[in-house]
Design a protein around this ligand. Structure first.
Ligand code: 2P0
Length: 364
């Protein structure tokens, strides 16, 4: 008896232009386009195994070893429905000998090698890994090293439409390197997908340093926080209409030209505007804490002095829906930044992390 099983993994991505707000909460269609960098090393990843078998009585899900309820009509069901449809239309309807995997229940087990829901984009890597794992199980995957894509293969952009139904930011983790999520305008959402702006090898000297300030689960989830912002923030409307479209064009140009100064200026400004719209929400949402703000001061001062001395910026900071900082910098400055952060935040004995702020000096 054949075993139908596939394991894939997906990394987290860190947005430079933030996604914050939905125009359709069921299809997960965003109010603005966004752009991120997918981390390339192994520190922040979800690994998912899915199995289909005619004997399975129900579809079940385990997250980090603990079984979770699958909500009827929820995000996982919506992703699964789309993938089953692709399997049926592309394979089973064309080849009547193909096993009818789309009719069987599946078991899915996913594991994160980092704290879940701490503002470290666990839903992004989680739904990206889930989508690519089930796509591989259903033989829809064209991620294999073989160059000739199978006729049934779904492109990463097509799979990004499915991952988006699980969690908006997940659509960007289907690609490596620099990735744009184009908001699209169709009510169906078929044009709201991720595209790769440049592969990781395009700018290999760009590094992301993750400073884990706090790995506790965050107070206000992104999903509920962003809708409160859509309902109450006037600043968000300005951001959507006037700010983000220009920033998307400018940061894509900066990435293509490997222009770190412009990349850093836009990334920093967009993080600050995202936290400003969070504050402009009623009641206000605070994701950064005093340590986050100290990191901002340190990087701002470093950049001020560097601008005076060299005319260039050294680093960009960005914060998601939590207090943890991500610092983008070029390879030549990594050591200086790590030493600087460690000088201001020396290692505490009680800290559960090996370093005071678990600094992953990994390449983007
Ligand atoms: C981003 N974040 O662009 C922004 C910046 C958080 C701050 O995408 O409701 O977990 O599942 O679509 O994807 C977090 O939002 O929200 C997020 P849902 P998601 O990375």
């Amino acid at each position: 008896m054949a075993i139908y099983q596939a394991t894939t993994s997906a990394p987290v991505n860190i947005a430079c232009i933030k996604y914050w707000g939905k125009r359709d909460t069921t299809l997960i269609l965003p109010t603005n386009s966004s752009l991120s960098v997918t981390l390339s090393q192994d520190h922040l990843r979800s690994t998912t195994t899915s199995q289909a078998d005619p004997s399975f009585k129900e579809t079940r899900l385990w997250l980090n070893g603990k079984e979770e309820d699958i909500k009827s009509g929820g995000r996982l069901e919506r992703c699964l429905k789309e993938l089953k449809k692709m399997r049926k239309e592309r394979i089973e309807d064309k080849d009547h000998n193909a096993p009818k995997l789309s009719e069987w229940n599946i078991h899915v087990a996913s594991y994160n090698n980092f704290p879940t829901a701490a503002g470290l984009a666990s839903s992004a890597s989680g739904f990206a890994a889930l989508t690519s794992s089930i796509a591989a199980l259903y033989d829809l995957n064209n991620f294999s090293p073989s160059s000739s894509a199978k006729p049934s293969a779904a492109s990463p952009s097509e799979l990004s439409l499915v991952a988006r139904l699980g969690s908006g930011s997940a659509c960007r983790s289907l690609f490596g390197g620099f990735v744009a999520w184009e908001a699209g305008s169709l009510p169906s959402g078929t044009d709201s997908l991720a595209v790769q702006v440049a592969p990781q090898e395009h700018w290999p000297t760009l590094h992301a340093l993750i400073c884990v300030v706090n790995d506790a689960k965050k107070g206000t989830s992104s999903t509920s926080g962003m809708q409160r912002t859509v309902e109450t923030s006037a600043l968000l409307q300005h951001r959507i209409k006037e700010v983000v479209p220009q920033r998307m064009d400018a940061i894509i140009k900066a990435i293509k030209e490997k222009d770190f100064d412009t990349f850093a200026k836009i990334t920093t400004a967009d993080s600050n505007q995202f936290h400003a719209v969070a504050l402009d929400t009623a009641p206000p949402i605070f994701y950064m804490n005093d340590v986050s703000r100290s990191i901002i001061s340190i990087i701002e001062e470093l950049n001020r002095v560097s601008l005076l001395n060299t005319g260039h910026l050294v680093a960009a900071y960005t914060f998601d829906a939590g207090p943890n900082a991500v610092i983008y910098t070029e390879e030549k400055n990594v050591k200086q930044i790590i030493e600087l952060v460690l000088r201001y935040f020396p290692q505490a004995e009680s800290n559960p992390f090996p370093d005071p702020f678990q600094l992953f000096g990994g390449k983007q």
